[in-house]
Design a protein around this ligand. Structure first.
Ligand code: DX5
Ligand code: ZN
Length: 232
């Protein structure tokens, strides 16, 4: 799918609930994708971890590539890795529609953001809880998506860091109105509405989906809770 088609799909589906593929059943991945598709998930968030940029190791481009043909969902790769530029082609080849990397891994992100956009893929920039929004302000025009981490990256099932709400508000104020604003970590039934109010469009959710018995119910509840009331 082209970068513009992906952006159109993301922008027309707000609130987008994106299951985080970290707490899924990797022993039955095809089945999990079928269940997520049936539950209406439009986006799958692939949490790539290298055990160096973050203290955990998950999976690489190969797993994403193997599943590409199993679903029409948008593949949103979250690269929690050092030196993402070195591996970019692997994620492009794997069929990722969005590729987000961390400014903490690439202090001067402009060139890599440009490379991703020129590959006709949505370019995302992620910031950790300890990184101020000012750090990415010079690059907001160079990215299509900003991912505000509401936990320290590396693990699912952590507690939401409330400071992320002010950062969402700041980015929403500073960025172009069509920037896709994403929040990731500890997003669930008790936090999704606040994130939506703070301006988030895309909600990465792990435990609040995969720890639930029924993905359908989880997706519907989170979508309802993440829908901003229409301003009268
Ligand atoms: C953490 C990942 C998140 C995490 C979300 O490094 O980027 O996507 O898996 O999982 P929950 O929703 O359980 O915090
Ligand atoms: Zn993530």
């Amino acid at each position: 799918m082209s970068r513009s088609a992906t952006l159109d799909r993301l922008r027309s589906r707000v609130p987008v609930i994106a299951p985080s593929m970290l707490k899924c059943d990797f022993g039955n991945l095809h089945r999990e994708l079928e269940l997520l598709d049936a539950a209406g998930s439009e986006v799958l968030h692939w949490d790539v971890m290298d055990g160096h940029f973050v203290p955990n190791l998950s999976y690489g481009a190969m797993v994403i590539e193997r599943t590409r043909g199993m679903t029409r969902a948008i593949f949103d790769a979250h690269l929690m890795i050092s030196d993402p530029a070195k591996y970019l082609n692997d994620y492009l080849k794997a069929g990722c529609d969005c590729i987000t990397f961390h400014i903490e891994a690439v202090p001067e992100p402009r060139a890599l953001l440009k490379r991703i956009r020129e590959s006709d893929v949505v370019a995302g920039l992620a910031i950790n809880p300890g990184t101020p929004v000012e750090r990415i302000q010079p690059y907001l025009a160079d990215c299509d998506m900003v991912l505000v981490m509401s936990v320290e990256p590396g693990f699912g099932g952590q507690k939401f860091i409330p400071g992320a709400l002010e950062k969402l508000r700041q980015v929403r104020k500073l960025a172009a109105p069509d920037l896709v604003l994403s929040v990731d970590g500890g997003v669930g039934h008790s936090t999704v509405a606040d994130c939506a109010q703070a301006g988030a469009d895309l909600f990465v959710v792990g435990s609040a989906i995969f720890d639930q018995p029924d993905f359908n119910v989880a997706m519907q509840d989170l979508t309802r809770l993440g829908t901003r009331p229409v301003r009268s």
